[in-house]
Design a protein around this ligand. Structure first.
Ligand code: HEC
Length: 249
């Protein structure tokens, strides 16, 4: 059949357009029926190592979104050799399963941040965020001098945890939920996911971590750096033999 016949006949055009769209739809929708196979199980000694964010990290993530860091930074390493050589192992679905919303992105004015955790010291991050050009002279990243000067608001942390719990993130409110988390993640992590202790945990982590180098004050910088330092660190790839996740490519 000539292309012209299709293009000049509304019936054919509608029919064939629908066929093409259906194929696209099937390709996108069908994998969702196998989502349990798509999201990997990452376990070490029977415990899941990918966990929801702690209270402080979550506030850091909120600031990351507020400041629009995602407009220049993606958080997904694609499974291509050049990406893996530059940034590390390609991102697993499991690594962002507690992210609401995802920060995958596609705009890379700056480098991908999916595995930036532990790459630099806290001091480097604080300095870099305050004045990027003082550590990377050719940088075009904006200065964020207010982060280290603004007190962190954290009084609503329990509400934030509860909101995420409503969409399926396993923060625990009741004793049975807490116990389930102990089995799943181990006690140390389960304690961090306990909504009733969220505020206390946030203050303790900030104090022990001293992320912005100023122990007298809890600032937005503390929260943001704690978030950056955990990115990409929840799967210890050295524990998995080479190619372990290849079936998910
Ligand atoms: C206008 C685009 C832009 C925005 C917005 C931006 N960045 Fe950047 N960022 C860059 C560029 C370009 C670099 C590479 C040069 C450098 O290291 O400063 C970079 C580098 C980084 C690095 C170092 C990455 C590495 O692996 O070396 C981190 C961490 C970072 N940015 C965090 C942030 C955070 C957090 C925010 C939001 C508060 C942010 N950026 C906002 C452009 C941006």
């Amino acid at each position: 059949m000539k292309h012209e016949t299709i293009e000049t006949n509304a019936g054919w055009l509608i029919g064939l357009t629908m066929v093409v769209i259906s194929i696209g739809g099937l390709v996108e929708i069908l994998p969702l029926y196998f989502i349990n196979n798509t999201v990997e199980e990452v376990k070490v000694d029977g415990k899941e190592t990918v966990r929801p964010y702690t209270a402080l990290e979550l506030r850091g993530r909120d600031i990351y979104q507020r400041e629009g860091c995602y407009l220049c930074h993606s958080q997904m390493i694609r499974p291509f050799r050049d990406e893996a050589l530059r940034y590390g192992h390609y991102s697993l679905a499991a690594e962002s399963k507690y992210d609401h919303p995802f920060q995958w992105g596609s705009k890379r004015t700056g480098p991908d941040l999916a595995r930036v955790g532990k790459k630099y010291s806290n001091q480097w991050h604080t300095q870099h965020l305050t004045a990027p050009r003082s550590v990377v002279p050719e940088s075009i990243m904006p200065n964020y001098p207010w982060l280290a000067k603004t007190d962190l608001k954290y009084k609503d942390i329990e509400e934030r945890f509860k909101a995420l719990r409503n969409v399926g993130v396993p923060y625990s409110l009741t004793k049975p939920e807490y116990d389930a988390n102990v089995t799943r993640f181990g006690k140390e992590v389960a304690d961090q996911l306990d909504i009733n202790r969220a505020e206390e945990n946030l203050l303790t982590q900030a104090k022990l971590g001293n992320y912005d180098g100023n122990p007298d004050r809890l600032t937005e910088m503390d929260a943001l750096v704690s978030y950056l330092q955990v990115l990409g660190t929840m799967v210890d790839f050295s524990k998995f033999e080479e190619g372990h996740f290849a079936e998910f490519r």
